[in-house]
Design a protein around this ligand. Structure first.
Ligand SMILES: [Fe+2]
Length: 303
Protein backbone atom coordinates (compact mmCIF):
# COMPACT_ATOMS: atom_id res chain seq x y z
CA UNK A 1 0.00 0.00 0.00
CA UNK A 2 1.63 3.17 -1.20
CA UNK A 3 -0.42 5.49 1.00
CA UNK A 4 -1.78 4.09 4.23
CA UNK A 5 -3.15 7.40 5.51
CA UNK A 6 -4.88 10.39 3.93
CA UNK A 7 -2.22 12.92 3.03
CA UNK A 8 -1.88 16.32 1.45
CA UNK A 9 0.94 18.50 0.18
CA UNK A 10 2.95 15.59 -1.25
CA UNK A 11 4.60 15.84 -4.65
CA UNK A 12 5.89 12.28 -4.70
CA UNK A 13 4.21 9.05 -3.58
CA UNK A 14 6.76 6.71 -2.06
CA UNK A 15 6.05 3.07 -1.24
CA UNK A 16 7.12 2.33 2.33
CA UNK A 17 8.25 -1.21 1.38
CA UNK A 18 11.17 -0.64 -1.06
CA UNK A 19 10.91 3.11 -1.64
CA UNK A 20 9.69 2.92 -5.22
CA UNK A 21 8.27 6.34 -6.03
CA UNK A 22 5.71 7.85 -8.40
CA UNK A 23 4.71 11.41 -9.18
CA UNK A 24 1.13 12.59 -8.69
CA UNK A 25 0.28 11.48 -12.25
CA UNK A 26 1.33 7.97 -11.25
CA UNK A 27 4.47 7.93 -13.41
CA UNK A 28 7.26 5.78 -11.97
CA UNK A 29 10.07 8.05 -10.83
CA UNK A 30 12.28 5.90 -8.66
CA UNK A 31 13.21 2.30 -7.81
CA UNK A 32 16.38 2.75 -5.80
CA UNK A 33 18.87 -0.13 -5.74
CA UNK A 34 16.53 -2.42 -7.71
CA UNK A 35 19.57 -3.53 -9.74
CA UNK A 36 22.10 -2.70 -7.06
CA UNK A 37 22.71 0.83 -8.33
CA UNK A 38 21.30 3.95 -6.64
CA UNK A 39 19.08 5.00 -9.58
CA UNK A 40 18.50 1.66 -11.36
CA UNK A 41 18.47 3.69 -14.61
CA UNK A 42 19.59 0.77 -16.81
CA UNK A 43 17.94 -2.05 -14.90
CA UNK A 44 16.08 -3.37 -17.95
CA UNK A 45 12.60 -2.81 -16.52
CA UNK A 46 10.35 -0.57 -18.62
CA UNK A 47 9.76 2.51 -16.48
CA UNK A 48 6.76 3.56 -18.59
CA UNK A 49 4.95 0.26 -17.92
CA UNK A 50 5.24 0.38 -14.12
CA UNK A 51 3.16 3.42 -13.26
CA UNK A 52 0.36 3.35 -10.73
CA UNK A 53 -2.89 1.95 -12.16
CA UNK A 54 -5.15 4.83 -13.26
CA UNK A 55 -8.71 4.72 -11.94
CA UNK A 56 -11.70 6.72 -13.15
CA UNK A 57 -13.08 9.12 -10.55
CA UNK A 58 -15.79 11.75 -10.61
CA UNK A 59 -16.98 14.25 -8.05
CA UNK A 60 -20.62 15.06 -7.38
CA UNK A 61 -21.07 17.65 -4.62
CA UNK A 62 -19.48 16.16 -1.46
CA UNK A 63 -18.90 12.66 -2.82
CA UNK A 64 -16.13 11.14 -4.93
CA UNK A 65 -17.23 8.21 -7.09
CA UNK A 66 -14.71 5.62 -8.26
CA UNK A 67 -15.14 3.26 -11.21
CA UNK A 68 -12.50 0.53 -11.14
CA UNK A 69 -13.27 -1.23 -14.42
CA UNK A 70 -13.60 2.02 -16.36
CA UNK A 71 -16.81 0.88 -18.07
CA UNK A 72 -19.36 2.98 -16.19
CA UNK A 73 -21.26 5.66 -18.11
CA UNK A 74 -20.24 9.28 -17.43
CA UNK A 75 -20.98 10.17 -13.81
CA UNK A 76 -23.41 12.99 -14.71
CA UNK A 77 -25.39 10.50 -16.75
CA UNK A 78 -25.30 7.85 -14.00
CA UNK A 79 -26.49 10.35 -11.42
CA UNK A 80 -29.03 12.17 -13.59
CA UNK A 81 -31.96 10.61 -11.65
CA UNK A 82 -30.64 12.36 -8.52
CA UNK A 83 -32.04 15.58 -10.01
CA UNK A 84 -35.47 14.33 -8.98
CA UNK A 85 -34.41 14.27 -5.31
CA UNK A 86 -32.37 17.46 -5.33
CA UNK A 87 -34.50 19.58 -7.69
CA UNK A 88 -34.87 23.06 -6.29
CA UNK A 89 -32.23 22.62 -3.54
CA UNK A 90 -28.94 24.48 -3.92
CA UNK A 91 -26.63 21.71 -2.69
CA UNK A 92 -23.66 23.90 -3.59
CA UNK A 93 -24.52 25.96 -0.51
CA UNK A 94 -24.02 23.00 1.84
CA UNK A 95 -20.82 22.29 3.75
CA UNK A 96 -19.52 19.24 5.51
CA UNK A 97 -20.05 19.12 9.25
CA UNK A 98 -18.85 15.70 10.25
CA UNK A 99 -17.70 12.30 9.03
CA UNK A 100 -18.02 9.20 11.18
CA UNK A 101 -16.67 5.71 10.52
CA UNK A 102 -18.88 3.02 12.00
CA UNK A 103 -19.15 -0.73 11.39
CA UNK A 104 -21.94 -3.24 11.46
CA UNK A 105 -21.73 -7.04 11.49
CA UNK A 106 -23.86 -7.70 8.46
CA UNK A 107 -23.67 -7.75 4.69
CA UNK A 108 -23.56 -4.35 2.97
CA UNK A 109 -26.70 -5.19 0.96
CA UNK A 110 -28.91 -5.01 4.05
CA UNK A 111 -28.80 -1.23 3.82
CA UNK A 112 -30.28 -1.41 0.32
CA UNK A 113 -32.85 -3.97 1.47
CA UNK A 114 -33.84 -1.38 4.05
CA UNK A 115 -34.73 1.47 1.62
CA UNK A 116 -38.39 1.49 2.63
CA UNK A 117 -40.43 3.18 5.33
CA UNK A 118 -42.38 0.05 6.31
CA UNK A 119 -40.00 -0.62 9.21
CA UNK A 120 -40.01 2.91 10.61
CA UNK A 121 -42.41 2.66 13.54
CA UNK A 122 -41.08 -0.70 14.70
CA UNK A 123 -37.34 -0.33 14.29
CA UNK A 124 -37.10 3.38 15.01
CA UNK A 125 -38.89 3.37 18.31
CA UNK A 126 -39.02 6.83 19.81
CA UNK A 127 -38.18 8.50 16.49
CA UNK A 128 -40.95 7.52 14.09
CA UNK A 129 -43.87 7.11 16.43
CA UNK A 130 -47.07 7.05 14.37
CA UNK A 131 -47.91 4.89 11.38
CA UNK A 132 -50.06 7.77 10.13
CA UNK A 133 -46.84 9.74 9.56
CA UNK A 134 -45.60 7.11 7.12
CA UNK A 135 -48.88 5.89 5.61
CA UNK A 136 -51.91 7.74 4.28
CA UNK A 137 -54.74 5.60 5.67
CA UNK A 138 -57.18 6.95 3.07
CA UNK A 139 -55.21 5.99 -0.02
CA UNK A 140 -53.06 3.27 1.62
CA UNK A 141 -50.06 4.95 -0.03
CA UNK A 142 -46.83 5.58 1.89
CA UNK A 143 -46.08 9.26 2.51
CA UNK A 144 -42.83 8.74 0.68
CA UNK A 145 -43.35 8.17 -3.02
CA UNK A 146 -41.18 5.51 -4.68
CA UNK A 147 -39.30 6.50 -7.84
CA UNK A 148 -37.00 4.09 -9.66
CA UNK A 149 -34.35 4.24 -12.35
CA UNK A 150 -31.65 1.80 -13.42
CA UNK A 151 -29.06 3.19 -10.99
CA UNK A 152 -31.09 5.10 -8.43
CA UNK A 153 -34.15 4.56 -6.27
CA UNK A 154 -35.67 7.52 -4.49
CA UNK A 155 -38.16 7.89 -1.68
CA UNK A 156 -39.51 11.40 -2.08
CA UNK A 157 -41.80 13.33 0.22
CA UNK A 158 -45.08 13.98 -1.55
CA UNK A 159 -45.83 17.69 -2.08
CA UNK A 160 -47.77 19.11 0.83
CA UNK A 161 -46.51 16.51 3.33
CA UNK A 162 -44.93 17.53 6.62
CA UNK A 163 -41.68 19.44 6.48
CA UNK A 164 -38.62 17.29 6.80
CA UNK A 165 -36.57 19.29 9.30
CA UNK A 166 -35.59 16.57 11.80
CA UNK A 167 -36.36 18.89 14.72
CA UNK A 168 -33.57 21.20 13.62
CA UNK A 169 -35.63 24.35 14.02
CA UNK A 170 -33.27 27.31 14.15
CA UNK A 171 -31.00 25.92 11.46
CA UNK A 172 -30.94 27.75 8.13
CA UNK A 173 -32.77 25.91 5.37
CA UNK A 174 -30.80 24.74 2.34
CA UNK A 175 -31.37 27.59 -0.14
CA UNK A 176 -34.06 26.98 -2.75
CA UNK A 177 -33.86 27.92 -6.37
CA UNK A 178 -36.45 30.42 -7.56
CA UNK A 179 -39.76 28.71 -8.25
CA UNK A 180 -38.89 25.73 -6.01
CA UNK A 181 -39.91 27.15 -2.64
CA UNK A 182 -42.07 24.09 -1.95
CA UNK A 183 -39.41 21.51 -2.89
CA UNK A 184 -39.65 18.45 -0.66
CA UNK A 185 -36.80 16.31 0.52
CA UNK A 186 -36.40 12.59 0.50
CA UNK A 187 -33.78 9.94 0.28
CA UNK A 188 -32.01 8.14 -2.55
CA UNK A 189 -30.00 5.00 -2.93
CA UNK A 190 -27.38 5.18 -5.67
CA UNK A 191 -26.50 1.68 -6.82
CA UNK A 192 -24.56 0.01 -5.47
CA UNK A 193 -23.55 1.48 -2.12
CA UNK A 194 -24.31 5.17 -1.55
CA UNK A 195 -27.34 6.65 0.17
CA UNK A 196 -28.09 10.36 0.36
CA UNK A 197 -30.90 11.95 2.33
CA UNK A 198 -31.93 15.50 1.52
CA UNK A 199 -33.77 17.17 4.35
CA UNK A 200 -34.80 20.81 4.33
CA UNK A 201 -31.89 21.88 6.54
CA UNK A 202 -29.23 19.21 6.13
CA UNK A 203 -27.90 16.29 4.09
CA UNK A 204 -27.01 12.90 5.50
CA UNK A 205 -25.17 10.20 3.58
CA UNK A 206 -23.93 6.66 4.10
CA UNK A 207 -21.36 4.87 1.99
CA UNK A 208 -21.15 1.15 2.68
CA UNK A 209 -17.79 -0.49 2.16
CA UNK A 210 -17.82 -4.28 2.51
CA UNK A 211 -15.06 -5.70 4.71
CA UNK A 212 -16.33 -9.29 4.64
CA UNK A 213 -19.60 -11.02 3.71
CA UNK A 214 -20.89 -10.30 7.21
CA UNK A 215 -19.00 -7.11 8.11
CA UNK A 216 -19.36 -3.63 6.66
CA UNK A 217 -17.60 -0.33 7.18
CA UNK A 218 -20.10 2.54 6.99
CA UNK A 219 -18.94 6.09 6.30
CA UNK A 220 -21.54 8.52 7.64
CA UNK A 221 -21.55 12.12 6.46
CA UNK A 222 -23.53 15.15 7.68
CA UNK A 223 -23.82 18.47 5.87
CA UNK A 224 -25.57 21.75 6.71
CA UNK A 225 -26.22 25.00 4.90
CA UNK A 226 -23.26 27.39 4.80
CA UNK A 227 -21.76 28.37 8.14
CA UNK A 228 -24.30 26.23 10.00
CA UNK A 229 -22.02 23.29 9.21
CA UNK A 230 -19.14 24.52 11.32
CA UNK A 231 -20.18 27.49 13.42
CA UNK A 232 -19.97 26.79 17.20
CA UNK A 233 -23.02 29.04 17.73
CA UNK A 234 -25.12 26.61 15.68
CA UNK A 235 -24.10 23.61 17.77
CA UNK A 236 -27.31 23.69 19.83
CA UNK A 237 -29.39 23.69 16.65
CA UNK A 238 -27.41 20.89 14.99
CA UNK A 239 -27.70 18.74 18.12
CA UNK A 240 -31.32 17.56 17.71
CA UNK A 241 -30.62 16.62 14.08
CA UNK A 242 -27.56 14.57 15.05
CA UNK A 243 -29.43 13.13 18.05
CA UNK A 244 -32.05 11.83 15.68
CA UNK A 245 -29.55 10.16 13.35
CA UNK A 246 -26.86 9.08 15.83
CA UNK A 247 -28.71 9.01 19.13
CA UNK A 248 -27.75 11.04 22.17
CA UNK A 249 -25.15 8.33 22.81
CA UNK A 250 -23.43 8.96 19.42
CA UNK A 251 -22.60 5.26 19.62
CA UNK A 252 -22.96 2.69 16.83
CA UNK A 253 -24.19 0.27 19.53
CA UNK A 254 -26.36 2.88 21.21
CA UNK A 255 -29.70 1.85 19.66
CA UNK A 256 -31.00 5.38 20.30
CA UNK A 257 -30.62 6.89 16.82
CA UNK A 258 -31.77 5.97 13.33
CA UNK A 259 -28.39 4.66 12.22
CA UNK A 260 -27.64 2.38 15.17
CA UNK A 261 -31.22 1.07 15.19
CA UNK A 262 -30.91 0.18 11.50
CA UNK A 263 -27.49 -1.42 11.99
CA UNK A 264 -28.90 -3.55 14.79
CA UNK A 265 -31.80 -4.89 12.73
CA UNK A 266 -29.43 -5.66 9.82
CA UNK A 267 -27.19 -7.64 12.16
CA UNK A 268 -30.20 -9.57 13.33
CA UNK A 269 -31.19 -10.26 9.72
CA UNK A 270 -27.65 -11.44 8.96
CA UNK A 271 -27.96 -14.06 11.69
CA UNK A 272 -31.38 -15.17 10.43
CA UNK A 273 -30.17 -15.28 6.82
CA UNK A 274 -27.55 -17.87 7.74
CA UNK A 275 -30.31 -20.36 8.38
CA UNK A 276 -30.64 -23.05 5.72
CA UNK A 277 -34.38 -22.45 5.57
CA UNK A 278 -34.10 -18.67 5.04
CA UNK A 279 -34.52 -18.78 1.30
CA UNK A 280 -37.67 -16.78 0.73
CA UNK A 281 -38.77 -13.14 0.84
CA UNK A 282 -42.26 -11.68 0.66
CA UNK A 283 -42.29 -8.19 -0.82
CA UNK A 284 -45.04 -5.76 0.14
CA UNK A 285 -46.31 -4.15 -3.05
CA UNK A 286 -47.27 -1.08 -1.01
CA UNK A 287 -43.87 -0.52 0.63
CA UNK A 288 -41.10 -2.58 -0.92
CA UNK A 289 -41.00 -1.87 -4.63
CA UNK A 290 -37.50 -0.50 -4.07
CA UNK A 291 -36.25 -3.70 -2.54
CA UNK A 292 -37.56 -5.78 -5.40
CA UNK A 293 -35.91 -3.30 -7.77
CA UNK A 294 -32.60 -3.57 -5.90
CA UNK A 295 -32.66 -7.36 -6.14
CA UNK A 296 -33.13 -7.02 -9.91
CA UNK A 297 -30.27 -4.51 -10.05
CA UNK A 298 -28.05 -7.03 -8.25
CA UNK A 299 -29.04 -9.83 -10.61
CA UNK A 300 -28.35 -7.62 -13.64
CA UNK A 301 -25.00 -6.52 -12.23
CA UNK A 302 -23.99 -10.13 -11.58
CA UNK A 303 -25.05 -11.25 -15.06
FE1 LIG B 1 -34.36 2.63 9.11
Amino acid sequence: MVLAQPAKGLNILRCPYHAWAWDLEGTLKGMPYFDGTPDSRDCGLDWSKNGLVPVRVGVWHHWVFVNLDGNAPPLEEYLAPMNELTAGFDLGATRMHKRLDWEFNANWKFQNDNWETYHHVWVHEGIFTKMSEDLDFETREPRMQTLQWDNVVTLKRRPGSNRLTFNGEGLPLIPRMAGHEDATGGTSLIFPNVTITVSENHLASVITDPLAPDKTHAILGFFFAGDAATSPEMEAFRKPVLDRWLGKSRDSRGMDGIRSQDFSIWESQQIARRSAVADDVKFSAVWEKNIHHFHNQMVNALI
